[in-house]
Design a protein around this ligand. Sequence first.
Ligand code: WQD
Length: 340
Amino acid sequence: MRILVSGGAGYIGSHTTLQLIAAGHEAVIVDDFSRSKRSVIPRLDALAGAPIEWYAVDVTDRDATESLVAGGSFEAVIHFAGLKAVGESVEQPLDYYRVNLGSTLSLLAAMGRHGVRKIVFSSSATVYGENAAVPMEEDFPTSATNPYGWTKVMQEQILRDAAVADPSLRVALLRYFNPVGAHASGTIGEDPSGIPNNLMPLIAQVAVGRREKVMVFGDDYPTPDGTGRRDYLHVEDLAAGHVAALDRLGTTADPVSTWNLGTGTPTSVREMVDAFSRACGRALPFEIAPRRPGDIAESYADPSRAETELGWTADRTIDQMCEDTWRWQSQNPEGYPDDE
Ligand code: WQD
């Protein structure tokens, strides 16, 4: 299939684009490069073994998105484009609603006008809110405690309502747990702009010497070692989940399907620091700091629906996640080069 990948120059989008191509699809990247670098494109071309078609378009721009989809002969959209920092969303809520909801509305409008019937949406375990039991199941109620989380809850609702209005639409809501890791080549990986929010890029920056130590946000949680536990999954497993979901949309009778993409196994902050120390060959310095407001003790998936319905499991190990992240970070200490 010919597939439009919004945010395809980003961390998860770039890894998914490669796997779509490896699966025989024609993946076309659209990205405004506001949170990604154009220098990823030649690296993707090299890994794909052929030039990848791409467009520098802001998909919140309805006219530009209309023009792109009108002339694109796309059979599906995978929608990654969006803002994703919890803290930033509290400071800049209007930007988060404008970009995250606006991009989805703009893409759906263009899809409806041009007969594009399948969409895979990048959702997040954050929609389970802060009072969910573990392991989290897809039928749990959704809620949020920050504007970023609300944009994911609302985008899911927009997509469900769009499918009620047009039952020929096929929607996959993919709820990511904690994506980490990098392509085994070490030439593409996670390159957050500014100060990273997430644990793994912060650990990697300590390992490569860009940061002094890992601040462990709280060791008094009700968990075995007192530190927060999350369901980390390798970005390559996550990318494979998108390919599987896309294929499933071709056969499912239900207009909307929701799948958790996680391993089902939690890992603590301390365990992750230890695993990364093994990967980089030295004990990484860390300091226990106060809890981060809004953090929950534990978050991990019940991945059984994706296993059953998609034939998908996230089976790369924590050590592999750390080894692949370390290869990317050590080969690219400053991340992707700035655009020439
Ligand atoms: C993981 C664990 C922290 C940094 C967020 C979003 C979620 C998704 C993934 C987008 C927690 C601890 C972290 C640090 C630490 N994003 N930590 N020191 O909060 O589970 O999820 O990112 O879709 O929507 O909510 O991920 O990587 O920020 O934190 O101790 O310097 O690491 O307390 O236990 P989180 P995270």
